[in-house]
Design a protein. Structure first.
Length: 486
């Protein structure tokens, strides 16, 4: 491979990472703008959460289908289709004139993200050979994915404060157009080399419906309660659809998700750890944002700037993580990252009512950032280790699905725990109100302890289930020009 080809591949990686960063950014960027959206579009309090939920349902529900479509129809083709839909719907989001129109356009944006994200990761997987080369690429990918949520809060606060909430969506339009313009020159088309082009329609319908229903049920559970008939019914229906999907896949001649992929122990452990990591990470940003704004009185812009330390730490240590994984394997790094993430969450659980940024938040941000980097990168590498090229889209969709479902579960559980703990605090303390700083902080603290337990469980999963041997079974030579380009 000549130096020109090497440089082209790394420019292609930059393009894929930029697209993924847009997707991850949009999960978090909306949160700080919700108060402005509520006022301008006359949202009711009950409907406001659908600005986030509509995106999450389509994104989380269609990811697995999107990954398989990339393998069958063409990875670049689906990448372009998802990017076009994501960019156009972002423009429509910013132009929305009512709560109904914004919710509809956010659904389309989530669908675009579900097609775009697994296609991008599968292109990366088939472009870089397994080993040192792919680990280096996934280190950069992990830095973008791991820091995207924090960067979203920062950018959302800045744009909302300087302009209006519409600009958190408009910012995607020039970025999307630029990526689209460069795609024909930097990305090559690839498909799975299959002897057939059959499509598992029954499997696609059952798992997509099941996952969408699961995300919806978890979102409703945080508001309606876990023991209500509606929540139990939705969760039961979701479970039935997932079970039906598994039965269909065992009998299908062309399964949407070949169940044999789970024989790869490192892949299975990485996906399970990814689910637990995302459950703690998504909730972490959600609760910290509420703590800084409702308890410490930070503005949207101040809240965003507060995350800079965490974001830079994730980016810096992602490079360190991929280098260590290349030398020692996934197991030790992933375990250490999950354990450090748990330590960071315990520090968040000790935040006081009168917290100080540099004495209370900043040290926790740094430890948490190191933990996220050391967990996110080996998790991404492990989830693609041993995967044949024909199943790159499947593995990519599975990883993204694990993360999104984990995030939905985490936010629902954390919200329920925090609300319940706050209510108990009010009951036990005369004169306290549900919106008082002491009551809110108590609720956040209990929720952070629960999230720390999830992260710690992820550390045990990584330590016990991940294969001992290094992720690199074959050392792949990488020339100096390639490393310099990276």
């Amino acid at each position: 491979m000549n130096s020109l080809q090497s440089r082209t591949r790394w420019f292609a990686l930059a393009l894929l990472v930029a697209a993924q960063f847009m997707v991850v950014l949009d999960v978090a960027i909306v949160n700080v703008a919700l108060p402005s959206i509520k006022t301008d579009l006359n949202f009711s309090q009950e409907s406001l959460q659908w600005v986030v939920t509509a995106y999450a349902i389509l994104f989380g529900g269609v990811l697995l289908l999107g990954g398989r479509l990339a393998d069958i129809l063409g990875r670049r083709r689906l990448f372009v289709a998802g990017l076009v839909l994501f960019t156009v719907s972002s423009l429509l989001d910013g132009l929305a004139w009512s709560e109904g129109s914004l919710i509809a356009f956010r659904s389309l944006q989530g669908l675009g993200a579900a097609l775009l994200s697994p296609a991008a990761l599968s292109i990366l997987t088939t472009t870089f050979r397994e080993g040192r080369e792919r680990n280096l690429a996934l280190g950069i990918w992990g830095a973008a994915s791991g820091s995207g949520a924090a960067a979203g809060v920062l950018l959302g606060g800045a744009l909302t404060s300087a302009f209006s909430w519409s600009w958190i969506f408009f910012i995607n339009v020039p970025a999307g157009i630029a990526v689209l313009a460069l795609t024909p020159f930097l990305l090559q088309e690839s498909k799975a080399k299959l002897t057939h082009r059959h499509f598992d329609t029954a499997g696609a319908v059952s798992i997509t419906s099941g996952l969408m229903l699961l995300v919806y049920a978890l979102t409703r559970a945080a508001q309606d309660g876990w023991a209500t008939a509606s929540t139990i019914g939705l969760l039961a229906a979701s479970a039935a659809l997932v079970v039906a999907f598994l039965v269909i896949e065992t009998r299908s001649k062309a399964p949407l998700l070949p169940l044999g992929i789970f024989r790869l122990r490192t892949l299975s452990a990485s996906n399970l750890s990814g689910l637990l990591l995302s459950a703690s990470m998504f909730s972490q940003f959600f609760l910290l944002t509420l703590y800084m704004q409702q308890v410490l009185g930070y503005s949207a812009l101040q809240t965003g700037v507060a995350y800079v330390g965490l974001t830079l730490t994730v980016i810096t240590f992602s490079g360190v993580a991929q280098a260590i994984v290349t030398r020692t394997g996934v197991r030790g790094v992933l375990t250490a990252g999950m354990a450090l993430s748990a330590v960071g969450l315990v520090l968040y659980a000790r935040l006081p009512v009168d917290g100080h940024y540099f004495w209370d938040l900043f040290p926790a941000f740094i430890i948490s950032g190191v933990g996220l980097a050391l967990a996110f990168v080996p998790m991404s590498i492990g989830a693609l280790t041993g995967v044949v090229a024909d199943q790159a889209g499947v593995a990519s969709g599975l990883l993204n699905t694990s993360q999104q479902v984990g995030g939905a579960i985490g936010v629902a559980v954390a919200t329920t725990i925090a609300t319940t703990a706050t209510s108990h605090f009010v009951s036990d303390h005369a004169g306290a109100t549900p919106l008082s700083s002491a009551a809110l902080t108590h609720g956040f603290q209990i929720a952070f302890y629960a999230l720390a337990a999830l992260a710690l469980a992820g550390a045990f999963v990584a330590a016990l289930l991940t294969e001992r041997r290094p992720a690199v079974e074959q050392q792949v030579p990488v020339d100096e020009a390639l490393l310099e380009a990276a």
